[in-house]
Unconditional design. Sequence first.
Length: 341
Amino acid sequence: MDKYERILFIDKMISSGNAPSQTDILDALRREDGGVDRTTVWRDMKDLEEKFHAPLDYVDRKGPTGKRRKGYIYTAPTFRVPAMFSSGDRIKSAQLMMRLLESVRGTPVYDEAMEVFKELGTEAPTVDSKGAMKFGLDAKERIIFIGNPCVEIPPRTWKTVEDAVMKDRILKFRYRSKERTVAPYQLIFSKGSWNLWSHDYGSGTKRLYSLHLMEDVRFKSDKEREFSLPDDFDFRLVTPGFFGTFVSGETCEVRVRLRGYAAVYARDRTWGDGQSVEDAGGGWTRLSFTTTQFPADGSANGGPILTWILGWGGDAVPEAPDELVEKWRASVSVMADNLRT
């Protein structure tokens, strides 16, 4: 145990109401952690009283067996040491998570989560005379996370949507000039944007809505639990979501020939269900997977999969489905025409 784990252990023993003596505490710590001496316990007890302002008293009272004994109690029975500090490794992990949270800066969830991780990421937790925690965070930026800037969400929109999701309340809002009524299933963060996965009563289908485009967000009524969450509500049951939150509702098999770094990169990721990677000859690798993230509806937009393939330039060539190949050829032709003008 480190120092703070010992203090938590001692706090638990005292708050039990059994009035443990210093010898009781020492024996219990030795059973848990071995080489703890009486001086260490004395120092921990001193820190418990001075740094954490524990209302300690050493009293002569009846123990659990009815015999009189001397031991420690809290004069305020509800007092407990805040249990948010951790070992060195856990502190480092919490601080890393704080940096990861920068990807959602600008949303109400950021402020709430940061408070939690500030507590978990405290290197030397102490409590002031008013019982408030003091924080000493590691400011060294040696491990960082880089992502898309987060689109800001109005606090009122976030609060209303979050409450609706957690309490199964039906939402009404305006979206691209149209009124929508939905049963909210999940809040999803992807590539800098928060999205609401929901059942749309107007179309009778599951749909995604970007929170920053939702206007006049409100509850349908004052009632809670207005709908029952279906077993298949989870967005991840529809798509693994590697290509963001785009979903077509139809499943197709995608095959792409890759070479160079594109081929190396493809081997280290999961792109869809039933994925396979094989040698295609001539220095090429063939990647195959099934997905619901390609728009096989004849629309001009090839969706995120086409954008991903085009991003590899001459090192990626689609083989299936036919719609993807056609859209890729059309895009390459337009780029060639632009080069000649």
